[in-house]
Ligand binder design. Sequence first.
Ligand code: THU
Length: 129
Amino acid sequence: MATTELIELAIETSKKAYVPYSHFPIGAVLVAKDGSIYTGVNIENASYPLTNCGERTAIFKAISEGQRDFSELIVYGQTEKPISPCGACRQVMVEFFKPDLKVTLVAKDKSTVEMTVGELLPYSFTDLQ
Ligand code: THU
């Protein structure tokens, strides 16, 4: 799937977000090396800190299906500038993605920024240091 189609899929995915508290839907699309696609939305809770971000939902879906090799991640949010993933999601990306994995961040006007996981979280923690 081309990146433009993946961006449209991220936008469509965001419509499934469970966001009764923030009203801030996020859609994430994670592409595995074998071509499988895993979508994710943010899922909120009345106990606010229990919220799961869209990025982590997509990653956890894929990992729990046995996937370990990924090629790219697309994240859409209704932001003026391309959405900036939270620190928790960046740390989870580092756990499962190679540092050069491409992350496409998308704003509400569909403008994008491309970054690698290594750029999103440089000098990240690892217990193998
Ligand atoms: N959120 C995400 O799902 N991903 C991000 O990259 C940033 C924030 C969610 C968490 C919460 O449901 C809402 O956006 C507002 O913080």
